[in-house]
Design a protein around this ligand. Structure first.
Ligand code: ADP
Length: 288
């Protein structure tokens, strides 16, 4: 099941053989396996034969950036990344065993995310583009959040959805009208280091109860977009939100603007999966 070309390349670059492997399910985009190397390391291997093979190199950069924030969030170490001559991209990282939440885990998770969000930049964006799922995510720098949100997050995804016939021109008109109202919706905040794809499937608690984050789509953005996304599909404990708020309080009215931030993941889901996500996008913008 692991393509031979990936096995060979890992053996060449690490000097260790893959001794055994076991498929891992749960990823929405890539194939994955737990592998044991001849040097004794247990690793988590992801690969993709159809997506841009450079996807994993930028995922590695994102993981490194999250790690460099030095919070108490656990971020897997990356051992190797690359692409084979058949254009299969792969990422070999430390295997982390999922455990369960200990009494203080959720609280520490909230505090740690607040600490990560207190890593600021002067501008919104990143020094490289990356991917959200398997779709390209552009991160050109902008001095203000609204320009970044509209030009880097809304417009590319909206264009993709309309080009594919998933959303129509009346929805585009609603978006245009919403853009004009954004100065009254978004509170001004400095750009924060974001995981960028923080839903319930991209974190777990390890065997010691430490929150572990992976599969990021990192950039410096408005921290509320990250928190809004945690609410979209759920899976984050109450204590996580309470301790986040205590460490780094939100401006009032966050719950009223949550849906506007979530237009981004909903547009991405419309483009990746279509169907009901397009209806949710229409439902949110029809109020504008
Ligand atoms: P995809 O890029 O396909 O969405 P993910 O990176 O989200 O894949 O990984 C899929 C699943 O594998 C996750 O939901 C998680 O349960 C598990 N996982 C992710 N990273 C690791 C890791 N380093 N060690 C062990 N399991 C992991």
């Amino acid at each position: 099941m692991i393509p031979d070309s990936v096995t060979q390349q890992i053996q060449q670059s690490l000097g260790s053989n893959i001794e055994s492997s076991q498929s891992v399910s749960g990823g929405s985009i890539n194939r994955a396996a737990k592998v044991t190397l001849s040097d004794g390391r247990t690793c988590f291997l992801k690969w993709n034969t159809t997506a841009d093979p450079h996807m994993f190199e930028v995922e590695e950069k994102g993981l490194e950036l999250l790690k460099s924030a030095n919070t108490s969030l656990r971020v897997p170490d990356v051992f190797a990344t690359g692409k084979t001559e058949t254009d299969t991209g792969y990422l070999l990282q430390e295997f982390i065993t999922e455990g369960r939440s200990e009494p203080t885990s959720a609280q520490e998770f909230g505090q740690a995310l607040a600490t990560m969000h207190q890593h600021h930049e002067d501008r919104y964006g990143l020094d490289h583009d990356n991917y959200i799922g398997k779709l390209p995510q552009s991160n050109d720098w902008h001095d203000n959040w609204i320009d970044f949100f509209v030009e880097e997050r809304m417009q590319p995804q909206l264009k993709m959805a309309t080009d594919a016939g998933k959303l129509g021109s009346s929805t585009v008109a609603r978006f245009e009208s919403m853009y004009k109202q954004l100065p009254d919706i978004f509170p001004e905040e400095p750009p924060s280091l974001l995981h960028g794809d923080l839903w319930g499937g991209n974190y777990f608690f390890d065997e010691t109860g430490q929150a572990t984050i992976y599969d990021p789509a990192v950039y410096y953005g408005h921290r509320e977009i990250e928190l809004a996304f945690t609410h979209l599909f759920g899976g984050f404990p109450r204590a996580f939100y309470d301790s986040y708020e205590e460490a780094y309080p939100l401006e009032s009215g966050f719950s009223q603007r949550k849906d506007v931030y979530n237009l981004y993941p909903l547009l991405v889901h419309t483009n990746l999966f279509g169907g009901s996500y397009a209806r949710q996008v229409e439902g949110i913008v029809k109020q504008f």
